[in-house]
Unconditional design. Sequence first.
Length: 169
Amino acid sequence: MNIVLYPDAPLRKKALRIEHFGPELARLAEEMVEIMMNSDGVGLAAPQVGISRQLLVLCEPESDPVCLINPEIVEMEGNAYGEEGCLSLPGLYASVPRATRIRVLAQDCDGNHHEIEAHDFLARIIQHEYDHLQGIVFPERLDVLTRNALLEEWSAMRNGMRQDSTVTT
């Protein structure tokens, strides 16, 4: 599995619900945690590795990894800006507004239902990754001028990546 770069599929569409649980799903979550950790990320959603399913993994610093399947944010309050980046837009950062407290309903890899209340940084991580499951990337949470400037910067960076990867003989 590799991390998908914006705007490649399936980053731009809503992910499908997961209906089947078990060891295969747990292995996928473990692989995603490994990719996230190796990329120095704190969260990763299945669309970011090319899988259009509602699964996300996250790991706050000094905590154990968590997997949320079919998450639904059912309550939000507060608002704060915080610096965000994204493994699908490497090298791009912006101050993004997010709720400071959320309540989430989700399932684990065995299909068990859980309710999570998250605050501050954990709430930010979940909202960022949840957005990926909805086909939204963080620049879309910014005002239009900032978003356009950021996406222009990303386009130039991505074109530079492509040129660096071509071999000239």
